[in-house]
Design a protein around this ligand. Structure first.
Ligand code: ADP
Ligand code: MG
Length: 142
């Protein structure tokens, strides 16, 4: 069953993601789906906090496709925004996913093959500072 929460500020999304991080294990994959400005990067900042990593390191850099925030476990932050077609498949996501890190992927709808067991988190902008966040996918069971 998908689970939906509504947040009413950036901080509420950070808080939700921070608590959500407790459900993740080494090798967990979180697929983030939603339009520009929907809150995907904000969510990753909350994940970093929840994993004991530096949230200030989390941003949406123009040219970086994959950022690694080192810790136990480390978090790989992947942003597919600027990639198209075959480049998405050539990124080496499989190798990342096979390791002990946690992988969070923005614009995951561009993936042609989704990692097995991934958790999907969908973001919908409901106007103003309201965002509806829905957690689903095969990895979402608690
Ligand atoms: P994305 O990565 O999905 O493109 P960002 O996370 O970079 O989006 O940006 C989300 C923007 O929306 C930020 O400017 C943030 O301050 C704003 N915002 C307003 N309300 C919320 C909310 N409830 N949750 C997350 N972000 C919000
Ligand atoms: Mg982003």
């Amino acid at each position: 069953m998908p689970e939906t929460v509504t947040t009413r500020s950036e901080q509420e999304t950070v808080d939700f993601a921070r608590a959500f991080a407790a459900r993740l294990h080494p090798g967990s994959v979180v697929l983030l789906v939603g339009d520009l400005g929907a809150g995907k990067t904000v969510f990753v900042r909350g994940l970093a906090l929840g994993l004991g990593l530096d949230p200030d390191a989390v941003s949406s850099p123009t040219f970086t496709l994959i950022q690694e925030y080192r810790g136990r476990p480390s978090l790989y932050h992947v942003d597919l925004y600027r990639l198209q077609g075959a480049d998405v498949d050539d990124l080496g996501l499989e190798e990342l996913v096979a390791g002990d890190a946690i992988v969070a992927v923005e614009w995951a709808e561009k993936l042609r093959e989704r990692p097995a067991g991934a958790i999907e988190v969908r973001f919908a902008d409901r106007g103003g500072d309201v965002r509806e966040i829905t957690v689903g996918g095969p990895g979402a069971r608690r």
